[in-house]
Write a protein that binds this ligand. Structure first.
Ligand SMILES: Cc1ncc(COP(=O)(O)O)c(C=O)c1O
Length: 467
C-alpha cells in the first residue's frame, strides 16, 4: 500500500514542502516535513534512504571537472578519516597526537615552501580551507600595516589590498568583512592575471600588501610571483614603500614544489611574508582542510594569537573557527608521509600530462581557442574560436551535462569580461581513459550544437537521426 494513503493530510503551510517516501515497511507511513523539524522519529534505515535518495540528484563528484577539490582518496585514508570523525581539532589538550600531526604538517609545508624555520618551530596552522587561510593572511597584513602606520603617527583608516581582478572571491570577501579597499588590477588578453607592473603601479602608502596567485582560478596560469616581488623591491628602492607579498597558492602550493622546483615563488623570495594552500585541492585530501604559513614569527602579529586556557591546557590559537573536524588534518599527514616528494611529483605529473594532452586535443578541434594549456596548474580554460559560430560555451556546458560531465562556463574578470570560457580541472583520479571519453563527448556535443546552429537538417539526414 502506498505510504501516503495512511498518512494524515499535510498542514497547509507544508503543502509542496513535505517528503513522502514511497517505502512500504511498517512504520514508514509518515510524511516528513522539509522545512520544519518533524514531530516524530523515523527509523534509521528509512531516514538514511530518504536522504540517500534525494542525494542521487547531485552531480557525480568524479565527473565534476569544475572543482579543484579532491574527489578520490586511497581506502586507507578513508579508514583514518572514519577513525577520526569524532575528533575536534581544537581540543589539542585532549587529542595531543592529532595536534602533533598538525604541527608536523605545518613544518613540512613550511620547509617545502622554502622557509628557514626548519627546526620544528614554523609559524602556521591548519584551517577549513584556503578561504579561511586567506582571511588569516590578510588580517596579518592589515595588522602589521596598522602597527607601522601608528608608529609613524599616520592615519590608519584607508587600508587597501592590491591584487589581480582574477582573484578568487574569498579576497573580495576579506576586503568587505575587514574594511579594506580592494584594488583589483584589470586583466587583459595578453596577461590573464596580475603582472609585476600592474601590481607595483597600484600600491601606495595605504597598501597593506599585494596578493599573488599560484595559479589563477580562472585559467590555471601562474602569476609571475618573482617578477612581482622584484617590482615591489624596485618600488621600495624608489619610494621607500615597503609592501609585503602574500602568495595565494591554494592549488599551486601542492603542484609547483613538485613539478617546477626551480620556480621561486615562495619564501625563497624575501618579500613573501605568508602563503596559503588548500590541503583539499592538490594536497589531495577530501574537503575541508587548508594551510596558512608565515615566513617567521615576526610576520604574524602576536596580538592576533589568542592563548586560550582550555580544559586544563594552554593553547595558542589563530583561526576564525573554534571547533572543526580533525580528520582531514590526519588525512593530510597520511598523504604527506604516504606519498613523499616522489609520490606527489608522480601524481601531479600525471595530472599535468593528462591536462596538457586534453587541452592539446581540444585545441586541434578547431572550434575552440585555448586560454591556457594545463602546463602550470593541471587546469585549462578555452573559449569558442568563432564568436559567430551560433553557440556559446554555456550551450556546451549544458550539453555535456547530459552525459554527467560538470564543466563550468563563466565570463573572464574585468578587462576580459567579453570573453566567456569553459574550464577543466584535472585532478588525481581523472585518468587518461576518462579524459579520452570526455573528449569524445565534447566532440559530439560540439557537432550537435553546430548542426543546431546551422538549422534543421534536410529530411533525409533528419530521418537517419531516428534510426
Ligand atoms: C586561488 C584560490 N584562492 C582561494 C580559493 C578558496 O579556497 P577554498 O575553497 O579552499 O576555501 C580558491 C578556490 O578555488 C582558489 O582557487
Amino acid at each position: 500500500m502506498p505510504l501516503h494513503r495512511a498518512a494524515p493530510a499535510p498542514p497547509d503551510d507544508d503543502a509542496g514542502v513535505e517528503i513522502r517516501p514511497q517505502f512500504a515497511q511498517a512504520g514508514e507511513t509518515g510524511i516528513v516535513p522539509k522545512l520544519r523539524l518533524p514531530d516524530g522519529e523515523l527509523a534509521a534505515e528509512t531516514a538514511y534512504q530518504v536522504v540517500h535518495d534525494e542525494l542521487l540528484l547531485d552531480g557525480h563528484a568524479r565527473l565534476n571537472l569544475a572543482t579543484f577539490v579532491t574527489t578520490w582518496m586511497e581506502p586507507q585514508a578513508r579508514v583514518l578519516i572514519d577513525e577520526c570523525l569524532d575528533k575536534n581539532m581544537i581540543d589539542k589538550d585532549e587529542y595531543p597526537q592529532t595536534a602533533e600531526l598538525e604541527r608536523r604538517c605545518v613544518n613540512m609545508l613550511a620547509a617545502l615552501w622554502g622557509s628557514e624555520s626548519t627546526g620544528g618551530d614554523a609559524t602556521g596552522c591548519s584551517t577549513t580551507g584556503s578561504s579561511e587561510a586567506c582571511m588569516l593572511g590578510g588580517l596579518a597584513l592589515k595588522w602589521r600595516w596598522r602597527e607601522r602606520r601608528r608608529a609613524a603617527g599616520k592615519a590608519t583608516d584607508r587600508p587597501n589590498l592590491v591584487m589581480g581582478a582574477n582573484v578568487q572571491v574569498c579576497w573580495e570577501k576579506f576586503c568587505r568583512y575587514w574594511d579594506v579597499d580592494p584594488r583589483l588590477v584589470p586583466v587583459s588578453p595578453e596577461a590573464t592575471h596580475l603582472t609585476a607592473e600592474g601590481a607595483a603601479s597600484h600600491c601606495d602608502e595605504n597598501t597593506i600588501g599585494v596578493v599573488a596567485i599560484l595559479g589563477s582560478t580562472f585559467d590555471g596560469s601562474y602569476e609571475p610571483v618573482a617578477e612581482i616581488a622584484a617590482a615591489l623591491d624596485a618600488l621600495q628602492a624608489r619610494s621607500g614603500l615597503d609592501v609585503p607579498l602574500h602568495v595565494d597558492a591554494a592549488s599551486g602550493g601542492f603542484v609547483a614544489p613538485f613539478l617546477d622546483p626551480d620556480l621561486a615563488w615562495d619564501f625563497r623570495l624575501a618579500r613573501v611574508q605568508s602563503i596559503n594552500a588548500s590541503g583539499h585541492k592538490y594536497g589531495l585530501v577530501y574537503p575541508g582542510v587548508g594551510w596558512a604559513v608565515w615566513r617567521d614569527k615576526e610576520a604574524l602579529p602576536a596580538d592576533l594569537i589568542f592563548d586560550v586556557d582550555y580544559l586544563g591546557g594552554q593553547m595558542p590559537t589563530f583561526a576564525l573557527n573554534f571547533s572543526r573536524g580533525g580528520a582531514q588534518v590526519v588525512a593530510q599527514y597520511y598523504n604527506l608521509i604516504r606519498l613523499g616528494r616522489e609520490g606527489y611529483r608522480r601524481v601531479q605529473q600525471a595530472s599535468r600530462e593528462t591536462a596538457m594532452w586534453l587541452a592539446g586535443e581540444i585545441g586541434k578541434l578547431g572550434e575552440y581557442r585555448l586560454l591556457s594549456d594545463g602546463g602550470e596548474l593541471p587546469v585549462f580554460a578555452f573559449a569558442v574560436a568563432d564568436e559567430a559560430c551560433g553557440f556559446s560555451v554555456y550551450d556546451v556546458s549544458e550539453k555535456l551535462r547530459i552525459r554527467g560531465w560538470i564543466v563550468p562556463a563563466y565570463p573572464m574578470p574585468t578587462g576580459m569580461e567579453d570573453v566567456s570560457v569553459l574550464r577543466v580541472c584535472v585532478r588525481n583520479g581523472f585518468s587518461r581513459d576518462l579524459a579520452s571519453i570526455f573528449l569524445e563527448d565534447l566532440k559530439l556535443a560540439t557537432e550537435r550544437l553546430r548542426h543546431r546552429a546551422e538549422g534543421p537538417p534536410p529530411d533525409a539526414v533528419r530521418a537517419s537521426f531516428h534510426h
